[in-house]
Design a protein around this ligand. Sequence first.
Ligand code: ATP
Ligand code: MG
Length: 575
Amino acid sequence: MNKNTDADTAVTAEPSATESRDFIREQIAGDLASGVHEGVVTRFPPEPNGYLHIGHAKSICLNFGVAQEFGGRCHLRFDDTNPVKEEQEYIDSIQEDVRWLGFDWGDNLFYASDNFETLYTWAEHLIETGNAYVDDLSADEIRAYRGTLTEPGRNSPYRDRTPDENMDLFRRMRAGEFDNGAKVLRAKIDMASGNINLRDPVIYRILHAAHPRTGETWCIYPTYDFAHGQTDAIEHITHSLCTLEFEDHRPLYDWLIEHLPVPSRPRQYEFARLNLTHTVLSKRRLMQLVSEKRVAGWDDPRMPTLSGLRRRGVPPGAIRDFVGRLGIAKTNSTVEMAYLESCMRELLNKTAARRMAVLRPLKVVIENYPEGDGELLEAVNNPEDESAGSRQIPFSREIYIEQEDFMEDPPKKFFRLAPGREVRLRYAYFITCTEVIKDEAGNVVELRATYDAETRGGDSPDGRKVKATLHWVSAAHAIPAEVRLYEHLFDAPDPGAGKDGDFLADINPNSLEVLNDCWLEPALGDTSLDETVQFERLGYFCPDPDGSAAKPVFNRTVGLRDNWARLQAKGQQNG
Ligand code: ATP
Ligand code: MG
């Protein structure tokens, strides 16, 4: 799919205007003012084991955002220390998504795996200095010896091996003499520490697995904890920003930096992760949705992945606005999906071209309009943006309107078309319904109408008023299309809550509705894959790569009705 450019996005995104100074920006500003650092260097460190989601967008906007604001740089670093789960496909998609979001790492693309040799040397350094040992306990035994939050751990019987013995065993681990899980290297810290992360954490494990970048070179791999901070130090990261669940790892992060001959001293700061209602933001769960085919793939428009949001037509600017407005805090909370949708609407309202499309067609034959005749009418492209200009739309004797815009026997508050009633066709004429044609089952299949030629353009010279303006397309000129309507992937705001975490039980069976008999005004045939337009009165839509020139497919990005405004009016609010 080739949708990685966006008209409103320069290579480097502008920071959101509403961004305020959060505690991280205060910290950085202070460090620069006091001379602790001369410049700021951050990194976005994804593990290439899945596609990026909107939660990652928060981290991307923060890391790249502060680097821009303080004149520093931000690295894209693949934290590729677990070859079992990593794939080139993810490495590629992550780069595409970060770029699409509007950020540029320049030459600063790094891989933790590029440092495997250095990390290995540093592991030997810990062994030499008596700060690491090879342990033969199994994973289960290590867990049992570790203790709990209330009980201290116990020393492994292998903890007092001499540095020489440890060095010999560690080198043999590297040489491939042992099976997966037979031995690990552990930092020798304190089995009685109140912080479980300091109870002799594993820093190297045996994994006989090929790595996407280092191939068969290694059969031992550093753990996240051992690789992350040291890689930060190698890259001279000044502020290592991560989510709150790593707060308890910080003492270990600092311990390793203190005990190793690293070239710089990064510091870790934690912020609250983004949670959203009606979706899941865990790669494990997203992976499950894909592998069990609950969705069409990582880029299914119902997915909260950046590739899914892109395919759904969400402009990257709306995602930047969204995360910028939420700000950076130290307490976790959950944000209403409706707020994200509101940000999409706000941006699209300013930028999206207006077009007409009929999703559930009802044919109307205008009997007093000359047969075989037709004309072009002028329609504005965007009432919010004069520079968008106007276009010509064909009108003729047979048109389609929306089925729901007609009622044979309308209730009091229904102001749209009904027998004998006059309405306006947008940019065209006033028409009056004169006859209702039904099939044998009694379904309305066609309407007959008359038009008033004096009302061309949609205004009546005698000041006559109508209560409704309908969108329409000319039957002879319209392009047939498929339109896919999306709802939340999960009915429940917090999928799996109260169901033992069985989030799949909350999947919305109606999250996708496919309409096969839609009609588009001709100008929509020229919509490019990265353009999102407004179908008047219906919502925002964008072309899907599944479509063809003969039969385009459009995805509904978001409807027009603002549920967020409604929720706020009801006194609910986002977290
Ligand atoms: P998961 O736990 O779902 O597998 P992850 O957090 O392990 O995802 P990484 O690839 O390690 O995924 O994430 C890269 C960066 O993005 C990390 O710094 C992580 O803290 C951050 N991040 C991940 N999820 C969120 C989120 N929901 N909100 C903010 N930042 C996030
Ligand atoms: Mg992670």
